[in-house]
Design a protein around this ligand. Structure first.
Ligand code: CDP
Ligand code: MG
Length: 134
């Protein structure tokens, strides 16, 4: 076990639906600490960089416009094995596979509008924290 930092982002649907408190409560109840947070409006260049691994997918333009549709809350979350632990708390990417009891399983309304982003590796966490918090 190791203390890790991960980049978490509450997406525009989470903010619009008034679910920030609910999601943060789940993160804190698990024992993770929010060590920095900021509301942001993301621009296209940063989203193209953040979602570069999906650039050739047909839904790429939809992700970019969805992520620009309203403010997001970016956070640095810290705790024991926080990178994998947050992915488990979040639930699967695919809407139909996200288990009940996970954040996406309980709140996501589709695969694209899925409430929350979390880094998928320690290496990407470092890159994403730098990208959004400098
Ligand atoms: O967010 P996560 O790391 O679980 O999945 P990803 O493969 O990195 O995809 C990033 C985001 O693209 C997802 O969270 C969805 O919002 C969106 N996406 C989508 O709209 N349709 C897919 N088939 C896959 C991803
Ligand atoms: Mg991802």
């Amino acid at each position: 076990m190791a203390t890790e930092r991960t980049y978490i982002m509450l997406k525009p649907d989470c903010v619009k639906r008034g679910l920030i408190g609910e999601v943060i409560a789940r993160i804190e109840r698990k024992g993770y600490r929010i060590i920095d947070a900021k509301m942001m409006r993301l621009n296209e260049p940063v989203l193209r960089e953040h979602y570069a691994h999906l650039a050739d997918k047909p839904f790429f333009p939809d992700i970019v416009s969805y992520m620009m549709s309203g403010p997001v809350l970016g956070m640095i979350v810290e705790g024991e094995n926080a990178v994998l632990g947050m992915r488990i708390l979040m639930g699967a990417t695919k809407f139909e596979e996200a288990a009940a009891g996970t954040i996406r399983g309980d709140f996501a309304s589709s695969t694209s509008e899925n409430i929350i982003h979390g880094s998928d590796s320690a290496e990407n966490a470092e890159i994403e924290i730098k990208r959004f918090f400098g």
